[in-house]
Design a protein around this ligand. Structure first.
Ligand code: HEC
Ligand code: HEC
Length: 448
């Protein structure tokens, strides 16, 4: 819509205004004037008073109509900063990429890019001084009892993708933990942290590892404070970050680490470039994968710009989900997935976990809370089967599933297209589009 459209629109508006005024003049001269016996001067006054209301109203209408009709020319500059959401035309995408099945796409899902700044709590704004201090603390081995481990030992952010590539992390004294280390990249956008979502903020989270006996093994928060106070070179940076005359406290230590973590953001991905308008950014397979990611319902849990319902983006959703939703003894036994039940009480038949972000997932094997699966395609099969009740089959006519409901004692037939190996592959390709270029370049140069 160009300037020509705007000019026609303005002419029509001005024409209508002139018409309105003529009607008003006509009414005052031949109707209202004679009835109320006004002098010619007062008739003009009356026309002016009535007319000014009309003009004000038309100006309002005009402004509103222009904003609505020409958002590109009027309000786009003010929303450009937010790197606007992109609504994908699924019908067109489906036509462009024949072969994909998109059952049940009823509404357009808004695919969004990550903002380049993470939100922070009001009491702990992200300042450059705090970030610099937090970065130093994150890499300081003084936070562990035997001075062998820093946060970055398990969350390698300088040379890796923010984790350690192990199923269970290696803590002090060679102890192996029961859970996989998630990446800290983009954790600033998560609404709750840890696999089971037990920490409500990065500040709360950061006190966990130093005091965890199988991670950094410090005896108490006071001991952590003392370690940092003992190092005189920390005085100046703490004073700059928090003000000169305060003693170093655990609250400041965790606040600085959290501020640093909030700057660990990756928006340099093919997916984000695609959402910002670069149509060439995704391959055909990735586009099909993206469509499947929606139609299969991965977005029910891995929703929003950080691909996790447990993130700070609207609308707020339940951050923890059952896993498995559909029983699949095959996968559950093979990968020992029910030993740890996450945030559900132990002994429960179903486990519940915080929905993890899928950004950089192709760079952060092994997968799941216990790091039991080392291949992304297998995780996608598990997710499709146990979270969405899908079958994996290459037989295109095989779209009837018979389900036995033990509770109702009935057999039901559900029509649902299975996922083919190609579909699984396309989903994996799409997940690869969430990898940051810079993290990927490091992995190619052998650093990961
Ligand atoms: C011994 C390895 C190890 C060390 C050292 C370590 N972590 Fe972790 N980190 C883990 C593991 C394992 C988890 C997952 C634990 C869980 O969910 O129960 C985790 C989880 C996290 C998370 C949550 C991420 C998310 O998406 O939920 C953050 C943030 C984090 N660590 C930051 C830190 C910070 C800050 C430090 C240093 C103070 C640190 N870690 C030290 C292994 C480690
Ligand atoms: C009902 C909610 C739900 C749905 C639907 C769902 N997921 Fe998940 N996803 C989860 C949860 C919860 C976890 C963590 C499970 C665990 O670690 O034990 C997870 C983990 C993952 C992981 C591993 C992440 C990591 O870092 O280890 C991948 C990859 C993944 N999902 C992809 C998908 C794909 C692809 C789909 C669609 C086929 C999908 N998910 C559908 C809830 C869901």
């Amino acid at each position: 819509m160009g300037n020509a459209g705007l000019i026609v629109f303005m002419y029509v508006g001005i024409g209508l205004l002139i018409m309105g005024f003529s009607v008003l003049l006509f009414m005052v001269k031949f109707e209202l004037g004679p009835v109320s016996n006004l002098s010619p001067g007062r008739r003009w006054l009356m026309t002016l008073v009535l007319g000014s209301g009309m003009v004000a109203f038309s100006i309002k209408l005009f402004i509103l109509a222009t904003l609505v009709k020409f958002p590109d020319l009027t309000i786009k500059w003010s929303i450009a900063e937010q790197k606007g959401p992109l609504v994908v035309d699924w019908e067109q995408l489906n036509k462009d990429a024949p072969g994909i099945r998109l059952p049940g796409i009823q509404q357009a899902y808004v695919w969004r890019t990550l903002p380049d700044r993470a939100p922070f709590p009001a009491w702990n704004p992200t300042t450059p001084e705090k970030v610099a201090l937090g970065k130093r603390l994150f890499h300081d081995k003084a936070l562990s009892i035997d001075r062998t481990l820093s946060c970055s030992s398990c969350h390698d952010v300088l040379n890796g993708a923010g984790e350690d590539h192990r199923s269970g992390s290696l803590g002090v004294g060679g102890q192996v933990g029961g859970r996989n280390a998630p990446t800290v990249w983009n954790s600033g956008f998560q609404s709750v942290l840890f696999w089971d979502g037990r920490a409500a903020s990065l500040e709360d989270q950061a006190i966990g590892p130093p005091l965890n006996p199988v991670e950094m093994g410090m005896p108490s928060a006071e001991a952590v404070e003392q370690r940092i106070r003992d190092n005189p070179s920390y005085r100046e940076p703490f004073a700059r970050a928090f003000g000169a005359d305060q003693p170093i406290t655990i609250k400041q230590i965790t606040a600085a680490i959290a501020a640093y973590e909030r700057t660990l953001i990756t928006t340099d991905t093919p997916y984000d470039r695609f959402v910002r308008g670069d149509e060439e950014a995704l391959s055909k397979a990735q586009l099909r994968g993206m469509a499947l990611f929606q139609s299969v319902g991965c977005i029910l849990c891995h929703a929003g710009p950080n691909f996790s319902a447990a993130s700070v983006f609207d609308p707020p959703q339940e951050p923890r989900r059952l896993f498995p939703v559909f029983d699949s003894p095959k996968y559950m036994t093979r990968y020992n997935l029910l030993k740890d039940t996450g945030s559900n009480p132990s002994g429960s038949k179903q486990a519940a976990w915080r929905v993890p972000s899928l950004r950089n997932v192709a760079l952060t094997a092994p997968y799941l809370h216990n790091g039991s699966v080392d291949n992304l395609s297998e995780v996608v099969r598990i997710m499709a089967t146990v979270q969405r009740g899908k079958r994996i089959s290459n037989d295109v006519n095989d779209n009837k599933t018979i389900v036995w409901s033990g509770q109702d004692k009935t057999l039901a037939r559900i029509e649902s297209a299975p996922l083919s190996d190609r579909d699984v592959n396309d989903l994996v390709e799409f997940l690869k589009s969430l990898s940051s270029d810079s993290l990927l370049a490091r992995s190619k140069s052998g650093a990961l």
